[in-house]
Design a protein around this ligand. Structure first.
Ligand code: GLU
Length: 286
Protein backbone atom coordinates (compact mmCIF):
# COMPACT_ATOMS: atom_id res chain seq x y z
CA UNK A 1 0.00 0.00 0.00
CA UNK A 2 1.19 3.51 -0.74
CA UNK A 3 1.43 6.16 1.96
CA UNK A 4 -1.69 8.26 2.58
CA UNK A 5 -1.52 11.95 1.64
CA UNK A 6 -1.94 14.56 4.37
CA UNK A 7 -5.37 15.94 5.22
CA UNK A 8 -5.69 19.57 4.06
CA UNK A 9 -6.53 19.41 0.33
CA UNK A 10 -3.74 20.91 -1.77
CA UNK A 11 -3.92 20.98 -5.58
CA UNK A 12 -1.64 22.42 -8.19
CA UNK A 13 -1.44 23.71 -11.74
CA UNK A 14 2.01 23.00 -13.15
CA UNK A 15 2.56 24.47 -16.62
CA UNK A 16 5.83 24.48 -18.53
CA UNK A 17 6.86 27.99 -19.67
CA UNK A 18 7.82 26.93 -23.18
CA UNK A 19 5.17 29.00 -24.90
CA UNK A 20 2.02 31.00 -24.21
CA UNK A 21 -0.93 29.34 -22.46
CA UNK A 22 -3.90 28.34 -24.63
CA UNK A 23 -7.49 27.31 -23.87
CA UNK A 24 -6.36 23.80 -22.87
CA UNK A 25 -4.22 25.27 -20.09
CA UNK A 26 -7.02 27.61 -19.05
CA UNK A 27 -9.34 24.61 -18.72
CA UNK A 28 -6.82 22.68 -16.63
CA UNK A 29 -6.21 25.68 -14.36
CA UNK A 30 -9.92 26.50 -13.95
CA UNK A 31 -10.76 22.84 -13.19
CA UNK A 32 -8.00 22.79 -10.57
CA UNK A 33 -9.17 25.96 -8.82
CA UNK A 34 -12.80 24.77 -8.93
CA UNK A 35 -11.82 21.42 -7.43
CA UNK A 36 -9.82 23.13 -4.68
CA UNK A 37 -12.84 25.26 -3.86
CA UNK A 38 -15.13 22.22 -3.75
CA UNK A 39 -12.72 20.45 -1.40
CA UNK A 40 -12.14 23.52 0.79
CA UNK A 41 -8.45 23.39 -0.12
CA UNK A 42 -5.68 25.42 -1.70
CA UNK A 43 -4.39 25.64 -5.29
CA UNK A 44 -0.70 26.16 -5.90
CA UNK A 45 1.09 27.19 -9.05
CA UNK A 46 4.32 25.40 -9.96
CA UNK A 47 6.51 26.26 -12.92
CA UNK A 48 7.93 23.16 -14.63
CA UNK A 49 10.98 24.69 -16.29
CA UNK A 50 13.65 21.99 -16.24
CA UNK A 51 14.03 22.20 -20.01
CA UNK A 52 16.25 25.28 -20.05
CA UNK A 53 16.44 25.37 -23.85
CA UNK A 54 12.70 25.64 -24.43
CA UNK A 55 11.56 27.43 -21.27
CA UNK A 56 11.82 31.25 -21.16
CA UNK A 57 11.36 33.77 -18.32
CA UNK A 58 8.98 35.83 -20.49
CA UNK A 59 6.65 32.82 -20.66
CA UNK A 60 6.72 32.58 -16.84
CA UNK A 61 5.59 36.21 -16.65
CA UNK A 62 2.89 35.51 -19.25
CA UNK A 63 1.61 32.55 -17.14
CA UNK A 64 1.27 34.85 -14.12
CA UNK A 65 -0.62 37.51 -16.06
CA UNK A 66 -2.88 35.08 -17.95
CA UNK A 67 -3.91 33.28 -14.76
CA UNK A 68 -4.47 36.53 -12.88
CA UNK A 69 -6.60 37.77 -15.81
CA UNK A 70 -8.71 34.60 -15.45
CA UNK A 71 -9.31 35.66 -11.84
CA UNK A 72 -7.12 33.01 -10.18
CA UNK A 73 -4.70 33.58 -7.34
CA UNK A 74 -2.11 31.43 -5.59
CA UNK A 75 0.25 31.54 -2.63
CA UNK A 76 3.77 32.85 -3.22
CA UNK A 77 6.63 32.17 -3.61
CA UNK A 78 5.88 29.99 -6.62
CA UNK A 79 7.99 26.84 -6.91
CA UNK A 80 10.33 26.89 -9.93
CA UNK A 81 11.71 23.48 -10.85
CA UNK A 82 14.87 25.01 -12.33
CA UNK A 83 15.84 26.02 -8.77
CA UNK A 84 15.54 22.47 -7.43
CA UNK A 85 17.97 20.43 -9.50
CA UNK A 86 19.92 19.37 -6.38
CA UNK A 87 16.74 17.95 -4.83
CA UNK A 88 16.07 15.86 -7.95
CA UNK A 89 19.72 14.76 -8.02
CA UNK A 90 19.28 13.45 -4.45
CA UNK A 91 16.18 11.48 -5.50
CA UNK A 92 18.12 10.09 -8.46
CA UNK A 93 20.99 9.09 -6.14
CA UNK A 94 18.54 7.30 -3.88
CA UNK A 95 17.41 5.18 -6.85
CA UNK A 96 20.99 4.70 -8.03
CA UNK A 97 22.09 3.43 -4.60
CA UNK A 98 19.17 1.00 -4.69
CA UNK A 99 20.54 -0.29 -8.04
CA UNK A 100 17.45 0.85 -9.90
CA UNK A 101 19.09 3.23 -12.37
CA UNK A 102 21.57 2.34 -15.09
CA UNK A 103 23.53 4.54 -17.50
CA UNK A 104 22.35 4.49 -21.11
CA UNK A 105 24.57 5.68 -23.95
CA UNK A 106 22.15 5.03 -26.81
CA UNK A 107 21.37 7.76 -29.30
CA UNK A 108 17.85 8.49 -30.50
CA UNK A 109 18.53 6.57 -33.72
CA UNK A 110 19.99 3.54 -31.82
CA UNK A 111 16.79 3.44 -29.78
CA UNK A 112 14.50 3.66 -32.81
CA UNK A 113 16.51 1.04 -34.73
CA UNK A 114 16.31 -1.57 -31.97
CA UNK A 115 12.79 -0.92 -30.77
CA UNK A 116 10.00 -3.31 -31.72
CA UNK A 117 7.13 -1.68 -29.82
CA UNK A 118 5.88 1.73 -28.75
CA UNK A 119 5.13 3.27 -25.37
CA UNK A 120 1.68 4.72 -24.51
CA UNK A 121 2.70 8.04 -26.10
CA UNK A 122 3.60 6.27 -29.34
CA UNK A 123 7.38 6.71 -28.94
CA UNK A 124 9.73 3.76 -29.57
CA UNK A 125 9.94 1.54 -26.49
CA UNK A 126 13.54 1.21 -25.29
CA UNK A 127 14.87 -2.29 -25.95
CA UNK A 128 16.99 -2.30 -22.77
CA UNK A 129 20.31 -2.38 -24.69
CA UNK A 130 22.45 -0.68 -22.03
CA UNK A 131 20.93 -2.76 -19.22
CA UNK A 132 23.26 -5.53 -20.46
CA UNK A 133 26.48 -3.51 -19.89
CA UNK A 134 28.61 -4.77 -17.01
CA UNK A 135 30.16 -2.45 -14.40
CA UNK A 136 33.50 -2.34 -16.23
CA UNK A 137 31.89 -1.29 -19.51
CA UNK A 138 29.76 1.33 -17.74
CA UNK A 139 32.81 2.83 -16.00
CA UNK A 140 34.87 2.83 -19.19
CA UNK A 141 32.20 4.71 -21.14
CA UNK A 142 31.52 7.14 -18.30
CA UNK A 143 35.24 7.89 -17.98
CA UNK A 144 35.48 8.40 -21.72
CA UNK A 145 32.86 11.13 -21.32
CA UNK A 146 30.26 9.53 -23.63
CA UNK A 147 26.92 11.39 -23.45
CA UNK A 148 24.86 9.55 -20.85
CA UNK A 149 21.35 9.46 -19.49
CA UNK A 150 20.06 7.29 -16.64
CA UNK A 151 17.15 4.90 -17.02
CA UNK A 152 14.97 3.15 -14.50
CA UNK A 153 15.28 -0.64 -14.47
CA UNK A 154 11.50 -0.89 -14.49
CA UNK A 155 11.15 -4.65 -14.18
CA UNK A 156 13.53 -4.85 -11.20
CA UNK A 157 11.64 -1.95 -9.60
CA UNK A 158 8.31 -3.69 -10.13
CA UNK A 159 9.64 -6.95 -8.70
CA UNK A 160 10.50 -5.03 -5.52
CA UNK A 161 7.24 -3.16 -5.04
CA UNK A 162 4.70 -5.76 -6.23
CA UNK A 163 1.19 -4.76 -7.27
CA UNK A 164 0.53 -1.03 -7.53
CA UNK A 165 -2.79 0.72 -7.13
CA UNK A 166 -3.93 4.33 -6.89
CA UNK A 167 -7.15 6.28 -6.46
CA UNK A 168 -8.92 8.10 -9.28
CA UNK A 169 -11.83 10.48 -8.84
CA UNK A 170 -14.26 11.75 -11.51
CA UNK A 171 -15.32 15.33 -12.31
CA UNK A 172 -17.15 15.53 -8.99
CA UNK A 173 -13.97 15.74 -7.02
CA UNK A 174 -15.72 15.24 -3.70
CA UNK A 175 -17.05 11.82 -4.81
CA UNK A 176 -15.59 8.58 -3.56
CA UNK A 177 -12.42 7.66 -5.50
CA UNK A 178 -12.15 4.41 -7.48
CA UNK A 179 -9.13 2.15 -7.12
CA UNK A 180 -7.12 1.50 -10.25
CA UNK A 181 -4.16 -0.79 -11.03
CA UNK A 182 -1.03 0.87 -12.36
CA UNK A 183 0.86 -0.77 -15.24
CA UNK A 184 4.15 1.12 -15.48
CA UNK A 185 5.76 -1.76 -17.43
CA UNK A 186 4.15 -0.38 -20.60
CA UNK A 187 6.70 2.46 -20.49
CA UNK A 188 9.74 0.18 -20.39
CA UNK A 189 12.97 1.58 -18.91
CA UNK A 190 12.18 5.30 -18.92
CA UNK A 191 14.83 8.01 -18.71
CA UNK A 192 14.81 9.61 -15.26
CA UNK A 193 17.96 11.70 -15.62
CA UNK A 194 18.52 13.27 -19.02
CA UNK A 195 21.78 14.14 -20.71
CA UNK A 196 23.34 17.04 -18.79
CA UNK A 197 20.49 17.39 -16.29
CA UNK A 198 19.91 15.26 -13.17
CA UNK A 199 16.18 14.88 -13.72
CA UNK A 200 13.26 14.40 -16.12
CA UNK A 201 9.59 15.34 -16.11
CA UNK A 202 8.64 12.08 -14.35
CA UNK A 203 11.19 12.37 -11.55
CA UNK A 204 10.62 16.08 -10.86
CA UNK A 205 6.86 15.84 -10.84
CA UNK A 206 6.71 13.14 -8.16
CA UNK A 207 9.37 14.80 -6.01
CA UNK A 208 7.56 18.13 -6.16
CA UNK A 209 4.03 16.81 -5.66
CA UNK A 210 5.36 15.31 -2.43
CA UNK A 211 7.38 18.42 -1.47
CA UNK A 212 4.25 20.56 -1.88
CA UNK A 213 2.05 18.01 -0.04
CA UNK A 214 -0.28 17.76 -3.04
CA UNK A 215 -3.32 15.65 -2.12
CA UNK A 216 -5.17 15.78 -5.48
CA UNK A 217 -3.54 15.95 -8.90
CA UNK A 218 -5.84 17.32 -11.60
CA UNK A 219 -4.34 16.80 -15.03
CA UNK A 220 -5.43 16.07 -18.60
CA UNK A 221 -6.20 12.59 -19.90
CA UNK A 222 -3.04 12.81 -21.99
CA UNK A 223 -1.11 12.24 -18.73
CA UNK A 224 -3.25 9.33 -17.54
CA UNK A 225 -0.83 6.59 -18.68
CA UNK A 226 2.21 8.45 -17.31
CA UNK A 227 0.57 8.43 -13.89
CA UNK A 228 1.27 4.67 -13.67
CA UNK A 229 4.95 5.50 -13.74
CA UNK A 230 4.52 8.24 -11.17
CA UNK A 231 2.87 5.83 -8.75
CA UNK A 232 5.82 3.44 -9.14
CA UNK A 233 8.32 6.26 -8.47
CA UNK A 234 6.36 7.36 -5.39
CA UNK A 235 6.65 3.82 -3.99
CA UNK A 236 10.36 3.59 -4.76
CA UNK A 237 11.08 6.98 -3.18
CA UNK A 238 8.81 6.47 -0.16
CA UNK A 239 6.53 9.36 -1.19
CA UNK A 240 2.75 9.60 -0.75
CA UNK A 241 0.47 8.95 -3.73
CA UNK A 242 -2.11 11.73 -4.26
CA UNK A 243 -5.62 11.11 -5.56
CA UNK A 244 -5.82 11.70 -9.34
CA UNK A 245 -8.45 13.33 -11.52
CA UNK A 246 -8.00 13.19 -15.31
CA UNK A 247 -9.95 15.91 -17.04
CA UNK A 248 -11.12 15.93 -20.65
CA UNK A 249 -8.90 17.57 -23.24
CA UNK A 250 -9.84 20.68 -25.15
CA UNK A 251 -9.66 19.83 -28.82
CA UNK A 252 -9.07 21.99 -31.88
CA UNK A 253 -11.50 21.96 -34.82
CA UNK A 254 -9.52 19.10 -36.40
CA UNK A 255 -10.25 16.96 -33.32
CA UNK A 256 -6.60 17.06 -32.20
CA UNK A 257 -5.33 18.32 -28.85
CA UNK A 258 -4.56 22.05 -28.70
CA UNK A 259 -0.86 22.67 -28.68
CA UNK A 260 1.62 25.49 -28.64
CA UNK A 261 3.61 23.90 -31.44
CA UNK A 262 0.58 23.73 -33.74
CA UNK A 263 -0.12 27.41 -33.20
CA UNK A 264 -3.36 27.09 -31.18
CA UNK A 265 -4.54 30.60 -30.25
CA UNK A 266 -3.01 31.80 -27.01
CA UNK A 267 -5.05 33.25 -24.15
CA UNK A 268 -3.11 36.48 -24.67
CA UNK A 269 -4.23 36.68 -28.30
CA UNK A 270 -7.85 35.95 -27.36
CA UNK A 271 -7.66 38.69 -24.73
CA UNK A 272 -6.29 41.11 -27.31
CA UNK A 273 -9.09 40.13 -29.66
CA UNK A 274 -11.57 41.27 -26.99
CA UNK A 275 -12.41 38.03 -25.13
CA UNK A 276 -13.29 38.39 -21.46
CA UNK A 277 -12.55 35.76 -18.77
CA UNK A 278 -16.29 34.97 -18.90
CA UNK A 279 -15.99 34.25 -22.64
CA UNK A 280 -13.18 31.82 -21.86
CA UNK A 281 -15.25 30.02 -19.22
CA UNK A 282 -18.24 29.86 -21.54
CA UNK A 283 -16.16 28.51 -24.44
CA UNK A 284 -14.84 25.81 -22.12
CA UNK A 285 -18.28 24.90 -20.76
CA UNK A 286 -17.37 25.98 -17.20
N1 GLU B 1 4.05 20.32 -16.72
C1 GLU B 1 3.15 19.38 -17.32
C2 GLU B 1 2.60 19.98 -18.61
O1 GLU B 1 2.64 21.19 -18.79
C3 GLU B 1 1.95 18.97 -16.48
C4 GLU B 1 2.20 18.68 -15.07
C5 GLU B 1 1.46 17.47 -14.53
O2 GLU B 1 0.24 17.45 -14.32
O3 GLU B 1 2.16 16.52 -14.28
O4 GLU B 1 2.09 19.23 -19.42
Amino acid sequence: MSKKPSHHPVLRFAPSPNGLLHLGHAFSALVTWQAARALGGTSLLRIEDIDTERCKPEFVDAIFSDLAWLGLDWPTPVMLQSERLDVYADAGNHLRHADLLYPCFCSRSDIAALSSATDPDGAPLYAGTCRQLDRGQQIERLQRGDPVQFRLDTQTALDRVGMLTYSVVGPLITDRPQIRYARPERWGDVVLQRKGIPTSYHLSVVVDDAAQAITHVTRGRDLEAATDLHVLLQMLLGLPTPIYHFHRLILADDGKKLSKSKGSPSLASLREAGWTPQDVRRALGL
